[in-house]
Design a protein around this ligand. Structure first.
Ligand code: NAD
Ligand code: ZN
Length: 353
């Protein structure tokens, strides 16, 4: 679990106080990975407490993080600074948070990031790392994984060293998120709740967080009485609780199939989940009904026809990626999931997306 968290509008201003005691020496910098959407945006960058040799590295969130990208960032830091950094701070959405987590792990572990994709392969504790979300939904701020696309697979580095040492939850930071992206990433949280709460892995721990996150999602996306600030505060907490819910259970069919879309077509996580979930009435009737109501209320049109021109080989790649995520299928449908989910079934499901 994340060991320290602060929450509150304007809490980003406490960053200097949080970091100062963690500085190892004047040559050991804090490295900030910041979404390049904030480049030249004083609301964020002028409040980053740079000192000594600290550095801001702007990173684009246009593509999801790759293992090769992590290796290149780690190499840059090792070559540039003689001393190991005092800490890594990620400022952005799931993309930047996952980059910060992965870099902090790879600074203390030998080899390449792809060597650690899987469960509990990390040997040494990561360096001190801080997560500051600027968009809410993925739960990456609280989760035990950093999802990376490698040469062979899209799979997280899941380990006890992955979670942040400190998280700063400042709902003011999500104020300028574009509406469509707000919906897609918010729906990632909603889908985490549905998949966790209806899954066979559910337990009292996951359920207690999942139910709270679900209730918050319903308020944020369906309740007309919330003002913008309340909705921001609540969505940030929904993301946190949704992440906590899947930490002790699993996601399900939308995530398994969305990983296939992402691997082949580069479809981003939130959007991919929405495109898949929209077609999953057969498996999640209640959840999909509510999703469609939210989509309608916020006037969201999802892209269509993504798979219409795909070749058989391309379908097979997506199906292989989706089928490789065994725990997700098992959570969704139980141990006999292979009776329902055949390659033909998956092809017919993808073909309407
Ligand atoms: P993102 O980080 O990719 O950002 C989406 C878009 O929103 C980008 O264009 C970004 O520049 C923009 N943006 C972010 N904050 C903004 C702000 N305040 N104002 C204006 N624009 C802003 O989106 P995401 O949905 O948060 O993250 C997706 C990533 O998270 C994927 O790589 C996925 O694999 C990962 N993920 C990780 C976990 C985990 O537990 N580690 C869980 C779910 C998803
Ligand atoms: Zn997700």
């Amino acid at each position: 679990m994340v060991s320290k968290v602060i929450f509150g509008r304007g809490s980003f201003n406490q960053l200097e106080d949080i970091l100062a005691p963690k500085r190892l020496n004047v040559k050991a910098p804090f490295i900030y990975f910041v979404d390049d959407v904030f480049q030249g945006n004083d609301k964020i960058t002028s409040r980053i407490p740079l000192g000594y040799e600290d550095e801001i590295i702007f990173v684009s969130a246009a593509d999801e993080p790759k293992t090769s990208q992590i290796d290149a960032l780690v190499e840059h830091i090792i070559l540039k600074f003689k001393d190991r950094p005092s800490g890594i701070i990620g400022i952005g959405g799931g993309t930047l948070l996952d980059i910060a987590k992965a870099v902090s792990i790879m600074l203390t572990n030998e080899g390449e990031a792809s060597d650690y994709q899987g469960w509990d392969l990390v040997k040494n504790p990561a360096i001190y790392h801080v997560g500051i979300p600027t968009i809410s939904g993925t739960g990456s701020e609280v989760s035990r994984t950093t999802v990376l696309t490698g040469p062979e697979k899209k799979l997280g580095i899941n380990s006890d060293y992955t979670p942040f040492d400190q998280v700063v939850l400042d709902p003011e930071l999500i104020n300028d998120v574009p509406k469509n992206q707000w919906f897609y990433t918010g729906m990632d949280c909603y889908i985490h709740c549905v998949e966790s709460l209806t899954g066979t892995y559910l337990n009292a721990f996951s359920q207690s967080y999942g139910e709270k996150a679900m209730a918050l999602c319903k308020e944020v996306f369906l309740d007309n009485t919330l003002d913008k600030k309340e909705a921001q505060d609540k969505l940030m907490m929904a993301s946190w609780h949704g992440g906590m819910s899947i930490a002790y259970s699993q996601v399900g069919i939308a995530h398994a199939m969305s990983y296939g879309l992402s691997y082949l077509l580069g479809t981003k996580h939130g959007l991919g989940n929405c495109i898949v979930f929209d077609q999953l009435e057969e498996f999640y009737p209640e959840g999909v009904k509510l999703f469609k109501a939210m989509k309608l209320k916020h006037n969201i049109q999802l892209p269509q026809g993504l798979c219409k021109d795909l070749t058989d080989a391309e379908y097979n790649t997506m199906i292989d990626v989706a089928l490789s995520l065994v725990p997700l299928w098992e959570n969704a449908l139980g141990p006999n999931w292979k009776k329902t989910i055949t390659r033909d079934k998956l092809k017919s499901m993808y073909s309407v997306m």
